[in-house]
Design a protein around this ligand. Structure first.
Ligand SMILES: [Zn+2]
Length: 108
C-alpha cells in the first residue's frame, strides 16, 4: 500500500468501512508513515472533532480516537498488532491534543 491508497482509505476507516485485510494494511501503513498518520489525525479531528466541539463535547475526543483504534485492533484479532496500535495511539493522542489546542485557540 502506498500513501495514495492509505489516504483514500482514511474516510473509509473513519466510517468503519474497511474489511479486515484492508484495515490491517491500512493500520500497518499508517504506523510506519508519519505523513499518513498526521493526515488520519487531521481528518479525524475535522470529521468528528468539529462535530463534538459544536456539541460542546470535545473533552472526550482523544478518548474516541483511542477507542476507535482499539476497536480496529480487536477487529483484526491479531495480538501483535495491538502492541504497535498502542504506539500509534500514543502518538495520535499527542497529536490530537496539540491540534485540539490549536483548534480551540483559533475558535476563540
Ligand atoms: Zn503514507
Amino acid at each position: 500500500m502506498d500513501c495514495k491508497d492509505a489516504e483514500r482509505m482514511i474516510p473509509l476507516f473513519l466510517e468503519d468501512n474497511l474489511d479486515n485485510q484492508e484495515l490491517q494494511e491500512f493500520l500497518r501503513h499508517v504506523n510506519g508513515c508519519a505523513d499518513c498518520k498526521e493526515e488520519l489525525t487531521i481528518q479525524f479531528l475535522i470529521n468528528v472533532g468539529m462535530k463534538r466541539l459544536e456539541e460542546g463535547n470535545a473533552f472526550n475526543l482523544t478518548g474516541e480516537l483511542e477507542q476507535k483504534l482499539q476497536d480496529a485492533g480487536h477487529k483484526m484479532r491479531i495480538r501483535t498488532s495491538l502492541q504497535w496500535a498502542a504506539v500509534i495511539l500514543q502518538a495520535l493522542v499527542m497529536l490530537a491534543i496539540g491540534l485540539l489546542i490549536a483548534i480551540a485557540f483559533f475558535m476563540q
